[in-house]
Design a protein around this ligand. Structure first.
Ligand code: FRU
Length: 466
């Protein structure tokens, strides 16, 4: 498994076949559960199951048997898992707390919400005998329930085409409608999916963020995640941004359907590293699809706006001995160049954030280039210099985001993906790239004026190594 071509070595990927969204993220008794949309019999999307893995450190994953199979009510689409600490559902029979999965049943285009429960820490699952627990009121899209405990009761966020609906329940079994949000807000270039309503404690008090995946209609085409900041009074979500403002969590093409772990004190999420535009065609075998690096979430005031900040988890246990750390001065005519492993992290702090630069990951006659242009206030990732792009006409692209300065960046490279965190994670881009070769060459050069920086290059080892 470890030596297969394009197999991520420190990101989660299934042993074989197709995956998409992370589902049922829940922390319980020392384990992080990761369920995911899974087609156990094929490398393309098909009848959806929930695959399952657990981890104690978010790095090493133990693969577990499929948790939920399609049944007479349909396929098992995305959803969430909670721990019913107070036994509100009455499904607990001994001292062991029950985990409850709330998911979408999808049958011939008809979507309803159902539940399943586990009395053995997620190892086996029983579907509730009175499913569905929330019927469809006549909507074409009615899916991806994300449930959290709101002090005295449960609240569900649900994706309904062009808006999010909120429901309330005392027992996870009966749900009543609370409110809707979104018709007039945010991006609407595609269908809204996979919502998550997250509470943040900030110095200024409580703040809420509503996460909404959208497909297509992302800033660089296809799938992407937008978010809204505001307040939630237990019934309604009120945004603190004007209707036209769109906030994107990640400007890359390959970060979708991310949601947070439940039952954790601090928000932590993971996303599917792919884009529906070409997800079914990716050149990997015998698996197709992987997850991003898990990222902690924070809020930060930037120029009067509340912004989501993402900080990747530490991969310390995987860091190899080879680490370089130095101050450098890059002249326009002289590139900084290093042979790097296919699993590497490269971070830099730049003295003046307003210097133009190109940073390329090179292979044999091909490259992926990151370009920062402070005059245009733009950071671009260019995949058009890659050879392996013909599997989909959508793949080769130049993707951009507005960035005024680059004071620091942190890149995570793993086999066929790069995650780019700019300015302490205030701007993020996640991109896939399929390049051949045993290693890559990282080339960094200043354009026009000199660039002074301190960098750190780390080799990351494989989770499959003994
Ligand atoms: C998002 C999504 C969800 C749905 C699932 C189906 O990628 O389309 O809305 O539940 O995937 O696999």
């Amino acid at each position: 498994m470890s030596h297969e071509k394009f197999r991520p070595q420190y990101h989660f990927s299934p042993r074989k076949n197709w995956i998409n969204d992370p589902n049922g993220l829940c922390y319980f008794n020392g384990e992080y559960h990761l369920f995911y949309q899974y087609h156990p019999h094929s490398k393309v999307w098909g009848p959806m199951h929930w695959g399952h893995a657990v981890s104690t450190d978010l790095i090493q994953w133990e693969h577990l048997p499929v948790a939920l199979y399609p049944d007479e009510l349909g396929q098992i689409f995305s959803g969430s898992v909670v721990v019913d600490h107070l036994n509100t559902s009455g499904l607990q029979v001994d001292q062991r707390k029950v985990m409850v999965a709330i998911f979408t049943h999808h049958k011939e285009g008809h979507e309803t919400q159902s539940i399943a429960y586990s009395r053995d820490e997620g190892r086996t699952w029983e579907k509730y005998h009175l499913n569905p627990v929330l019927d469809n009121p006549g909507l074409k899209d009615f899916r991806d329930p994300k449930v959290f405990w709101n002090e005295t009761h449960w609240v569900m966020s649900l994706a309904c085409g062009d808006h999010i609906r909120f429901y309330r329940s005392e027992d996870l079994l009966n749900w009543t409608y609370l409110s809707s949000f979104g018709h007039e807000y945010g991006a609407h270039g595609g269908v809204w999916e996979c919502p998550d309503l997250i509470r943040f404690q900030t110095d200024a008090g409580e703040k809420w963020v509503l996460i909404v995946s959208i497909n297509p209609g992302g800033p660089n085409g296809g799938s992407a995640i937008q978010y809204f900041t505001g307040s939630f009074d237990g019934k309604m979500f009120k945004p603190d941004q004007s209707k036209e403002v769109v906030k994107w969590a990640d400007y890359g093409r390959d970060f979708y359907a991310a949601v947070t772990w439940s039952n954790l004190a601090e928000p932590l999420w993971i996303g599917w590293m792919n884009n529906w535009q070409y997800a079914n065609e990716g050149p990997t075998h015998p698996f197709r699809g992987s997850m991003s690096i898990p990222r902690k979430l924070y809020l930060k005031e930037v120029e009067g706006k509340t912004m989501l900040v993402q900080k990747p988890i530490e991969v310390t246990p995987l860091l190899k001995e080879r680490t370089e750390s130095e101050c450098i001065c890059l002249k326009p005519e002289h590139a900084f160049s290093r042979v790097i492993q296919r699993q590497s992290s490269f971070q830099a702090t730049i003295k003046s954030g307003f210097v133009a630069f190109d940073l390329s990951i090179k292979g044999e006659g091909e490259q992926l280039t990151i370009n920062f242009n402070p005059f245009k206030q733009c950071l671009k990732v260019d995949r058009t210099g890659l050879k392996l792009v013909q599997f989909s006409k959508e793949f080769a692209s130049v993707d951009s985001m507005s960035v005024k300065y680059v004071n620091d960046f942190h890149l995570f490279i793993d086999e066929c993906s790069i995650e780019i965190f700019i300015n302490q994670g205030t701007k993020v881009m996640t991109e896939l790239f399929y390049m051949n070769g045993d290693s890559f060459t990282l080339e960094w050069k200043a354009n026009k004026t000199e660039l002074q920086a301190k960098y750190r290059l780390e080799e990351i080892s494989s989770i499959y190594e003994p």
